[in-house]
Design a protein around this ligand. Structure first.
Ligand code: G3H
Length: 543
């Protein structure tokens, strides 16, 4: 393995300032000095955190990380100020937002979506510079998020239509609806900083909760262009932001006991820490997206060309930095040579470069220390008898060429650790019991991909696997989408289920008004409905 700055293969890999096409240039660093609290962008006079891009600039002395900007390092005081604003806006469920008719909440969210569209170019540019996502993937992340908002609105209308009627059971008249839970704290991950923050923030909001959101450690500034839209589209205190060290700004929020919903996408270690900080954990609803080590199982009769295509996409899209990535491949020994030849050839021709370069698929990595961590995993595997079987593994500043490591055995860290980067462990197997045991014994339980052509053999695997993971992909890479499908996991991989419609349920609770079916109560209900005196007890139908 090499990490040689002078490796001739990397000559000219990072651009000089002038090489960057004008539309993609970063321009002046974005210095964010404000945070959103109680409907105002509050100026922060304190220290700022610099944000450096994984994209380096070649200035003659070697590649130097480019400064993207800086953001406020808030303290407990501002975090509690933000919490007070969110609690005031919720007002124990009596605030304007939680009592607003659904149709009106939808109008606020539509207003936000419209304003969001106006800053697409800026957000996409920051996605490229802050986390090294390719231009098409950054655009996809933005557009997928806007689509998610629209689909959420449609799903809520549908949910509301179903609830716009009374049920009469055993002499009881009832109307059952979904109501908000309180103050939601939403925290997304760095690999989908916009999309995965919004897939919890939007459903939380639209269901009537008030929200505090903290952008991930990497991917903070790309939220800045959206703050005016949040401020203008929602009543004061409904959406608030915090920035800074988790221990300083998040711990006090949870320790206050006033957070009702924790939506967090990150590691199970941090999720456990956060949950335990709440003085009454049973009051905290958690929706968590955590680690995974999704396996690909390539059976002896697999269509190798197809399996290679899906496994390359599955293991190396966005450099393998997806929770749904294929993080270990079990390949039947009878086809391992053929598979590895084709797989390595495909991996070695993946175009690498800067996020805006056309066709590029591999880009610099945003996490500091990531390459050392990946190198450690690979060196551990090599010391236990594995080899890098493609032409990869070299690194240059923040970039690393993918390493395909084979044969990986249980003695190696790569067998169990979630690499979350461009390293692909391959394990040959003779007996299908080996990968099946691996999945059963794994700490994780998100998804699996199985590649084969015999329906009977696949059926034999599907039935046990659906009880181990939450999505079995046939001849297809693991993935979250389409967003209408449930996305969840077992064991250390998730808590709660997200999809457009499941998220509406996750951020709300069923509540009902019920009355014994007698003339007095029928008269009262009829009067309330006819006079449209209640937003809850109502047969209004959203068209
Ligand atoms: O990082 C985990 C994401 O939820 C994966 O989403 O499968 O659409 O890339 P994706």
């Amino acid at each position: 393995m090499t990490g040689n700055q002078r490796d001739p293969r990397f000559a000219g890999f990072f651009p000089r300032e002038d090489d960057i096409p004008v539309p993609h240039r970063l321009g002046v660093p974005l210095v964010q000095r404000d945070y959103l609290c109680d409907g105002r962008l509050v100026a922060w006079p304190g220290p700022l955190q610099d944000v450096h891009s994984p994209v380096c600039i070649e200035a003659g002395v070697g590649p130097e990380p480019c400064l993207v900007g800086s953001y406020p390092l808030l303290t407990e005081t501002e975090a509690l100020e933000v919490l007070n604003a969110a609690c005031r806006a919720y007002d124990n469920g009596r605030g304007l937002w939680p009592t607003l008719p659904i149709e009106e909440r939808i109008r606020h969210v539509e207003h936000f979506a419209l304003r969001m569209g106006e800053v697409r170019t800026e957000v996409v540019r920051l996605l490229m510079w802050e986390i090294g996502k390719t231009l098409p993937d950054a655009e996809k992340e933005f557009d997928r998020t806007v689509d998610y908002i629209r689909d959420t609105i449609d799903a809520l209308k549908e949910l509301d239509r179903v609830s716009s009627r009374f049920v009469i059971e055993m002499g009881v008249i009832a109307q059952v609806r979904r109501a908000p839970l309180g103050v939601a704290l939403c925290m997304g991950p760095y690999n989908y900083p916009l999309n995965e923050t919004f897939t919890t923030l939007i459903p939380a909001l639209i269901m009537g909760n008030t929200v505090i959101f903290k952008p991930p450690k990497l991917g903070v500034l790309l939220h800045r262009p959206l703050l005016e839209a949040f401020r203008d589209a929602f009543p004061p205190g409904v959406v608030n932001t915090v920035y800074g060290e988790g221990q300083r700004v998040i711990a006090p929020l949870l320790a206050s006991g006033r957070i009702n919903v924790l939506a967090f996408i990150g590691s199970s270690r941090v999720a456990d820490l956060l949950k335990h900080q709440h003085p009454k954990p049973h009051r905290l609803r958690s929706i968590l997206g955590l680690e995974a080590k999704n396996a690909g199982i390539i059976l002896p009769d697999a269509d190798i060309k197809l399996a290679v295509r899906e496994c390359v996409l599955g293991s190396l899209s966005y450099n393998g930095q997806r929770c749904t990535a294929l993080k270990i491949l079990f390949v039947h020994a009878s086809i391992i040579e053929d598979f590895l030849d084709q797989f390595c050839a495909a991996v070695d021709t993946l175009p690498a470069g800067m996020p805006w370069e056309p066709g590029v698929q591999l880009t610099p990595l945003p996490e500091s220390g990531k390459i050392d961590y990946l190198r450690g995993l690979v060196e551990d595997a090599l010391s236990h008898g594995a080899h890098i079987v493609n032409g990869g593994g070299q690194s240059h500043a923040s970039f690393m060429r993918p390493a395909v490591v084979h044969p990986v055995t249980p003695a190696m860290r790569l067998y169990r650790d979630e690499q979350f980067g461009p390293v692909v462990p391959v394990c040959p197997f003779d007996d299908i019991g080996e990968p099946m045991r691996y999945i059963a014994e794994s700490e994780y339980g998100q998804q699996v991909s199985i590649f084969g052509t015999d329906p009977a053999a696949l059926a034999d695997l599907i039935d046990p696997l659906v009880n181990q993971v939450c999505r079995v992909n046939l001849n297809s890479q693991c993935q979250r989408g389409p967003d209408s499908l449930p996305f969840t996991g077992r064991k250390d991989s998730a808590e709660g289920t997200l999809s457009v419609s499941d998220a509406l349920r996750a951020f709300s609770i069923r509540t009902l008004v019920a009355a014994k079916q007698n003339e007095l109560n029928k008269g009262i209900i009829r009067a309330i409905v006819t006079e449209r005196a209640s937003a809850f007890l109502s047969t209004d139908f959203i068209l």
